[in-house]
Design a protein around this ligand. Structure first.
Ligand SMILES: Nc1nc2c(ncn2[C@@H]2O[C@H](COP(=O)(O)OP(=O)(O)OP(=O)(O)O)[C@@H](O)[C@H]2O)c(=O)[nH]1
Ligand SMILES: [Mg+2]
Length: 480
């Protein structure tokens, strides 16, 4: 892995720049304490941060660099803000370098003026993600841990958060490194056999090697298998609410949102445009799109709305198909079923508080005639009475997360980069197995073994080049 040399000292605002209780300016690098001393004044004017114990907090003021102390009041001239300063010396810090954090009053002006003073005192403005990048380059964390830091910040629900926090602590790293260590060991063994065929027989070693390859394949496949639910957990399930005009789509949207966001009227054809909102139900994130009721129409605006509804179906991970059970199903319902072929579908039999004209049996028959299979959940629902929501949530869990949404000790792959590299490693292992089966010469084995090893190393960062690392950290937010 490449390293940074002669690092300079960087600083940035690490909290949101908005009206808030406190704001934090973080400084990291070899001169962090010295730079902080140029802008810090203790109440008595005598304390030097250079002299304090590591991991201690100090009350005082931030002033323009090297401003004089006003002797009469023993209060520094040109006070920018009243602060608490944390001094943390390397190596037990976020970046593994000397770190000083200045907690000042929140609000745009205070934090930017404190940062300006720190920059004037000799720090360089940090790039987005530069603190975490230093933690990585200084070897305190690996790449999966660094990437998980950003996932923690961006978590949309508590399961995504739980998974990200566990990856920050290195769970994925350890799983991958365990496999990599074994691979290295086995490859050394093969080399030894090749070097000294007299002493070490490759033949007798082959069963062990081949069972190791199977074990790795199983382990990595299990990780890869979590990637689909991982993406849905992380980013949310793209959900399209579809149905005929007046089925109650916008009412369902509002119910899920807990507010009157979409216009609801008894007029068929109320919703014209698509409306998308992110919501959390039962711990899952849904990116829900309310669409225009689908029907043949001459109205130009409504036509465009129907077109957009079809587009939303195309992009959806899930279609919530609403049927107004107080009316009869007709050819338009059949057309909608044709449109949503091949999608994951939950049918909601809405308006069950009214007199039933269409029951579950009829809906199932229609779905099966349309060739949609028998497994589709059909759930009684009432958007106005708010009944059926719990059943909907549990159907979602079954459909997308095998019914369980607790990832306590399980590692879930949520990162597209990790997913691609796992696939690449598995591809190499597959070739390796084929070479073993067709009794290819041994030196073929190490080539595939090493390419699997390197793909895994790119996940943890052991084999990641400078460009990749730069790209990953450029996606970070400022001050992290
Ligand atoms: N009784 C009853 N009425 C409902 C229910 N859900 C929706 N409605 C009513 O049905 C009418 C249409 O509801 P919307 O939510 O606007 O239906 P929509 O599917 O969005 O309609 P379009 O936007 O025109 O496609 C409104 O008068 C709602 O109050 C329900 O579960 N029970
Ligand atoms: Mg509507």
């Amino acid at each position: 892995m490449w390293k940074i040399e002669n690092t300079d000292t960087i600083a940035a605002i690490s909290t949101a720049v908005s009206e808030s209780g406190i704001g934090v300016i973080r400084i990291s690098g070899p001169d962090a304490v010295e730079i902080a001393d140029r802008v810090y004044r203790s109440p008595g004017g005598k304390k030097r941060l250079a002299k304090v114990e590591t991991h201690t907090i100090h009350y005082g003021y931030i002033v323009e660099p090297d401003a004089a102390v006003n002797a009469l009041q023993s209060k520094p001239a040109d006070v920018i803000d009243e602060v608490l300063v944390s001094v943390m010396r390397a190596p037990r810090t976020y970046t593994a370098e000397d770190v000083v954090e200045i907690s000042c009053h929140g609000g745009v002006l205070a934090v930017t003026r404190v940062l300006d003073a720190v920059l004037k005192a000799g720090a360089r403005a940090a790039q987005p993600g530069e603190f975490t990048k230093r933690a990585y380059l200084n070897g305190r964390i690996d790449l999966t841990e660094a990437e998980a830091v950003m996932d923690v910040i961006e978590s949309k629900n508590r399961f995504a958060l739980q998974n990200a926090v566990s990856q920050v602590q290195g769970t994925l790293y350890r799983r991958i490194e365990k496999v990599r260590k074994e691979m290295l060991y086995q490859s050394a063994h093969i080399e030894a056999c090749l070097d000294d065929p007299e002493a070490l027989s490759f033949e007798s070693y082959l069963p062990e090697f081949s069972s190791a390859v199977q074990r790795w394949t199983k382990e990595l496949s299990a990780l890869l298998a979590t990637a689909d639910s991982g993406r849905l957990m992380q980013e949310g399930i793209r959900t399209a609410i579809v149905g005929k005009p007046n089925a109650g789509k916008s009412s369902l949207m509002n119910l899920l949102l807990g507010e009157d966001r979409a216009i609801v009227t008894p007029v068929a054809g109320t919703t014209r445009d698509v409306l998308t909102e992110t919501i959390t139900v039962g711990g899952m994130t849904l990116i829900v799109t309310d669409t225009a009721g689908i029907r043949e129409t001459d109205d130009l605006v409504e036509k465009i709305g129907v077109q957009r509804a079809k587009g939303a179906i195309g992009r959806a991970d899930l279609v919530l198909y609403l049927i107004d059970s107080s009316t009869c199903i007709d050819t338009e319902d059949r057309e909608i079923l044709n449109l949503i072929q091949g999608k994951k579908i939950i049918i909601l039999q809405n308006k069950t508080d009214l007199h039933t004209m269409t029951d579950e049996r009829q809906i199932r028959r229609m779905a099966s005639e349309a060739g949609l299979g028998d497994g589709i959940p059909v759930l009684p629902f009432s958007a106005t009475e708010k009944t059926g929501l719990d059943e909907l949530v549990s159907a979602l869990r079954t459909m997308f997360f095998d019914g369980k949404l607790s990832f306590n000790d399980e590692i879930v792959i949520t990162n597209a980069r990790h997913k691609e590299l796992l696939k690449r490693a598995l591809e190499s292992l597959k070739q390796l197995s084929e070479s073993i089966d067709s009794q290819m010469p041994e030196d073929f084995y190490t080539i595939d073994l090493m390419s699997a090893y390197e793909a895994l190393g790119e996940i943890t960062g052991q084999e990641a080049g400078e460009d990749l690392v730069n790209e990953i950290f450029s996606r970070f937010c400022m001050g992290k």
